[in-house]
Design a protein around this ligand. Structure first.
Ligand SMILES: [Fe+2]
Ligand SMILES: [Fe+2]
Length: 360
């Protein structure tokens, strides 16, 4: 392999490992293999073992490449052959080869002059196929195939990493949701509260154009804002009658208790301030620290809106839930005292979605 090709490969490894998002990884892989093998188009086919299909991602064309996804049955075509046998293939006259799948050409509107296809193998397991089409400099050679194979090995690792990460991330989120749902369910009046507050907060985060990372943190903070209630006894938490002063203080300790629980997990560090301060008030009359105005972390000010909205619109032992419109009115009256008036327009824009008026 030429020195230039190895340098390309090194650059590729950097590029495809920059993100852990599968779509981003595939896009980076496809762009790199197209360039390094001097091909017009590149495709990655990921094996879906359950369905016996290959999920097909392709990038073609110039600077403005688009990632498209198709599905093809495993028994079909050159890539099907490569996926089944694990053999690499070079076809410099594909239309003469019985394995060549003309249907796909019709589907993609792409004419194939020549192609190379290799299996993507990770730890001995076939995870898919990579293919490049239409060499810019005549037929594909054995040396081109060697470069392509080296790329394929790294691509397989990057794809598997992205998949593992996605699985972990899903497991993490689902476990958290199950935990929070179990806590909310102790009190029939708050069932689903945290989940709704998380969804509403996320909508506000989107409206505020927060970064993806910030949106993720805001959602987590909202999901966990009341987790401190886990250590408050049912006799107090579910008490229907008037609370004694002591009981009242106990309930008011839930933000601090929440931080106490979450601070042991490193990933939660960024959300601790939002959990601690979600009952602060804009005018400084809230708890636990009596912070006022912009001293209160932004995420806590956002959660204050959607937390109050959800509390108002759900039934309580002592009253029926308010209508969304009435709740909005109450929040408007409290902007500037309890709530950050600067966030009111944001809340109003998201309100139709919360009220379920946005379904049309
Ligand atoms: Fe709370
Ligand atoms: Fe709450």
């Amino acid at each position: 392999m030429k020195r230039k090709d190895w340098l390309e490969l090194l650059r590729l490894v950097g590029n495809i490992n920059r993100s852990l998002d599968l779509q981003d990884v595939l896009r980076a892989i496809l762009e790199e293999i197209r360039e390094v093998t001097a091909s017009e188009a590149g495709s990655v086919f990921l094996l879906d073992e359950e369905k016996g299909e290959l999920q097909f991602y392709t990038v073609s064309g110039g600077a403005e490449s688009t990632l498209q996804a198709y599905r093809i049955p495993l028994e079909k075509g050159v890539v099907g052959y490569v996926a089944r046998t694990g053999e690499a293939v070079i076809l410099n006259d594909p239309h003469q080869d019985p394995r060549f799948l003309r249907d796909l050409e019709k589907q993609t509107g792409y004419t194939t002059r020549n192609l190379m296809a290799i299996p993507l193998i990770h730890k001995g397991r076939r995870i898919g196929v990579a293919e490049v089409l239409n060499h810019r400099e005549g037929p594909y050679t054995a040396e081109d195939l060697e470069v392509f194979r080296a790329l394929g090995e790294m691509a397989a690792v990057a794809i598997q990493n992205a998949r593992l990460y996605a699985d972990l991330e899903r497991l993490f989120r689902e476990s958290l949701r199950a935990l929070v749902a179990a806590i909310d369910a102790r009190d029939p009046y708050t069932a689903g509260h945290s989940e709704r507050v998380a969804q509403y907060a996320l909508w506000m985060g989107e409206e505020l154009s927060l970064s993806r990372e910030e949106q993720h943190q805001l959602e987590l903070a909202a999901l966990f804002h009341d987790i401190g209630k886990i250590s408050i006894p049912d006799a107090v938490l579910l008490k229907a009658g008037r609370l004694s002063e002591e009981e009242y203080h106990l309930i008011q300790s839930h933000p601090e208790r929440g931080v106490e629980i979450l601070r042991h997990i490193r990933q939660f560090e960024p959300i601790l301030p939002a959990v601690r301060h979600h009952h602060e008030r804009w005018d400084g009359q809230g708890y636990p620290d009596g912070l006022a105005g912009e001293e209160i972390p932004l995420f806590a000010r956002i959660i204050a809106y959607v937390d109050t909205y959800d509390a108002l619109t759900t039934d309580r032992p002592y009253r029926r839930g308010f209508s969304p419109e009435r709740a909005l009115q109450i929040l408007q009256e409290n902007a500037g005292t309890q709530l950050d008036p600067g966030l009111l327009p944001v809340f109003r824009r998201v309100f139709p979605r919360m009220a379920g008026e946005d379904d049309a």
